[in-house]
Ligand binder design. Structure first.
Ligand SMILES: C[C@H](O)[C@H](O)[C@H]1CNC2=NC(N)=NC(=O)C2=N1
Length: 186
């Protein structure tokens, strides 16, 4: 089995053989081909194995967990806005965020109700620290004293790139429960 999982076979960045055929032949033989190839992301293949997969483990590999990734500079050559379908495929990785289309520009949006105006500013600071570390920044709104709205898109390309999902995933990791009026929906 190790032979089949030799790293070079699974090198998502330089597949030596079509990954789909490797996995399907691997699982199909057992009549339980339960792989759904989700989408090609920049030469990476997103694969899901359902919970009851052959080996009792659940693997989700679409390139990488977003919180382990780093935003790229937005003036990177060839950075393009992603299509709505690609954005929709990534939405499960940023729970609590909404995909919105504002005059043709796709954005990620999250609304939070904070305990007070000053707690809203504390939240801004926590988000700002993540943004500065990533070199990628959200639009922050604090309206009606306790309504925080966080909007993310890549301004340089007028749409969504993987940077925006990385930033949203890292914002989701912040411990902000003490600032909110009610529990964040899971
Ligand atoms: C070079 C550097 O990546 C740019 O100045 C960054 C700064 N932060 C940014 N943040 C967002 N959301 N979009 C951008 O295009 C952007 N550009």
């Amino acid at each position: 089995m190790n032979r089949l999982f030799h790293p070079h076979l699974l090198s998502l960045s330089r597949p030596q053989v079509p990954l789909r055929s490797v996995f399907e032949s691997l699982f199909a033989r057992n009549g339980r081909s339960n792989i759904r190839v989700t989408e090609i992301f920049q030469n990476r293949v997103g694969l899901f194995l359902s919970r009851n997969s052959l080996y009792g483990f659940r693997t989700f590999c679409t390139g990488q967990d977003l919180t382990t990734k780093k935003c790229v500079p937005c003036d990177t050559k060839d950075l393009r806005p992603m299509a709505e379908d690609s954005a929709k495929h990534l939405m499960p990785k940023v729970v609590g965020w909404d995909l919105v289309n504002e005059n043709g520009i796709l954005k990620l949006n999250r609304s939070l109700k904070v305990k007070s105006f000053t707690k809203g500013l504390e939240l801004f600071k926590l988000v700002a620290d993540v943004a500065e570390a990533e070199g990628h920044h959200p639009d922050l709104h604090l309206v009606g004293w306790n309504n925080v709205q966080i909007e993310i898109c890549t301004h340089a390309v007028g749409g969504l790139t993987e940077n925006d999902f990385i930033l949203a995933a890292k914002i989701n990791r912040l411990d902000i429960h003490h600032l909110l009026r009610r529990k964040i929906s899971a």
